[in-house]
Write a protein that binds this ligand. Structure first.
Ligand SMILES: [Zn+2]
Ligand SMILES: [Zn+2]
Length: 487
């Protein structure tokens, strides 16, 4: 196959670095008005109109090949993080470390200097979604979330918990649009009846079902699939950091993104991107397939016992990448566990207020109370002889333990991209061909049904581990070479 044709859209043609002045009064003291998501001059209160990113493909039916916004291009290993500005007011030289900040104050004349041009170190994105809720609102949300999880919270945590120091952080993401054609072939089952038969002294339930050959073909457009583009954030299965929490507060209203301007970052911290499109392509591919499978489910309602796809074919006609900063309010807490520690997060989506978190558990208390409930359950089985369902009490304490653990730690929380990403299905072709009636089936679901399975998660786990290993090796080699140079 040929390399797909690649188009790069320059997204920062007319921007310049250094002083970005308010057109009304000339002040450089400009920051986000979170009520409106607009930039505002802090001196004369002038509000700037939101600038939209231009030049990207908007009619995604016609998206062909690979289109990328210039801020999504590969990071170059030789790019410097530190840039030097010459202040245009007083002539002083101001040094800015772009890996941690994209604005700096001139220490002589107090003007703000901004990095607006893209440098190939991953620090400057194409678009930014402005903070839409302020710190106090985020503090209230975090306090409410933790307040509902007080009983089993670790006493050390309860003692130290304060939302005073929460941080507003812009995390890096890739927004991906996909124009694809999907072709799925397999078999599906529709239940005709179910019946119960007495065999010996117990009852068995059986099912009769109609089996069909099923095929679905359609064009699928995916708008703004959102992928973490910092390796640390992608690493959602890390046992020492509850990164899945930050994933779980998606989706964002990315259609409200503004063209990047460093003033949006004033007062917030940011984390720069450290992955390239090639690193993320396979994850995007698997998530695209998951989204395709779930889109097809809309057309499979009659197959109530499920569908088993034997052949899944997805052809990507076009893919478009934009790099973005999305806003998150973050509370973090380091739980010491002997030698090890776990970093717990409570995160608030700074647009939708969606909040998710992980609260450290006081395990002795949870285990003691679960054991007590288990004991009551066993007593129930012994004493409630006449109660028909008394054996349900056998696992009650263990179930209580897992429900509480999940409620405090939310270890399984994630963004459900397969149903929450914007999609459009066109040119649907359906084939449903009756094969035969099957009788006396013992399972209520079709054997091997896979139309509701997800592959993106396991793929991303594997790929992220690979990337972390590669990065580890790469940085080790780099260190060795630097040491040799010094000698
Ligand atoms: Zn002004
Ligand atoms: Zn100056």
């Amino acid at each position: 196959m040929n390399e797909p044709n690649k188009t790069i859209v320059q997204t920062n043609k007319d921007v310049k670095d250094g002083q970005n002045k308010c057109p009304m009064c000339g002040s450089t003291d400009i920051s986000t008005n979170t009520q409106k998501g607009k930039l505002r001059c802090n001196f004369c209160r002038h509000e700037f109109e939101v600038e939209k990113l231009e030049g990207m493909v908007t009619d995604l039916e016609n998206l062909q090949g690979e289109v990328l916004a210039s801020g999504a291009q590969d990071i170059s290993a030789s790019a410097e993080d530190v840039v030097t500005f010459k202040c245009s007011s007083c002539g002083a030289e101001v040094v800015l470390d772009t890996s941690s900040a994209l604005n700096a104050r001139c220490h002589w004349c107090r003007n703000t200097l901004s990095q607006n041009q893209q440098i190939p170190n991953g620090a400057v994105p194409d678009v930014v979604l402005p903070f839409g809720i302020d710190k106090q609102v985020a503090r209230d949300e975090i306090e409410r979330f933790v307040g509902k999880r007080k009983f089993f919270a670790h006493p050390q945590f309860t003692k130290e918990f304060t939302t005073e120091n929460i941080m507003g952080v812009y995390f890096p993401y890739m927004l991906v649009d996909v124009n694809s054609h999907v072709d799925l072939k397999g078999q599906g089952e529709h239940q005709v009846r179910s019946y119960t038969e007495k065999e010996g002294d117990h009852y068995n339930t059986y099912y009769d079902a109609d089996l069909f050959n099923v095929e679905r073909k359609f064009d699928l457009i995916i708008n703004g699939l959102t992928i973490e583009s910092s390796l640390d954030r992608l690493d959602k299965h890390n046992k020492e950091k509850t990164n899945n929490i930050i994933n779980a507060i998606m989706p964002f209203d990315i259609e409200s993104c503004a063209k990047y301007n460093a003033h949006y970052l004033q007062g917030y911290s940011s984390e720069k991107r450290d992955t390239n499109i090639d690193d993320l392509k396979e994850i995007v591919g698997e998530q695209t397939k998951d989204i395709a499978r779930f889109s097809a489910n809309e057309t499979l309602k009659e197959y109530d016992r499920g569908v088993r796809w034997d052949n899944e074919n997805l052809k990507v006609k076009g893919q478009q990448w934009t790099s973005a900063y999305l806003p998150v309010w973050l509370y973090s807490y380091q739980e010491k566990k002997g030698e090890k520690s776990v970093l717990h997060y409570v995160a608030v989506n700074a647009r939708t207020k969606k909040t998710m978190g992980s609260v450290p558990i006081h395990m002795p208390k949870l285990i003691a109370i679960s054991a007590f409930i288990e004991l009551l359950g066993i007593l129930g089985i012994i004493f409630l002889e006449d109660f028909r369902f008394r054996y349900l009490f056998a696992l009650i304490g263990i179930i209580y333990y897992f429900v509480m653990y999940a409620r405090y730690r939310n270890a399984g929380a994630r963004h459900h991209y397969e149903t929450q990403t914007k999609t459009k299905m066109n040119n649907l072709e359906k084939q449903d061909q009756y094969v035969r009636r099957e009788t006396r089936l013992s399972s209520s679901m079709m054997e091997g049904a896979n139309n509701k399975s997800i592959h993106g998660e396991s793929t991303s786990k594997r790929l992220v581990n690979n990337l972390i290993n590669q990065n580890g090796i790469a940085s080790a080699i780099k260190k060795q070479m630097e040491q040799k140079k010094d000698e």
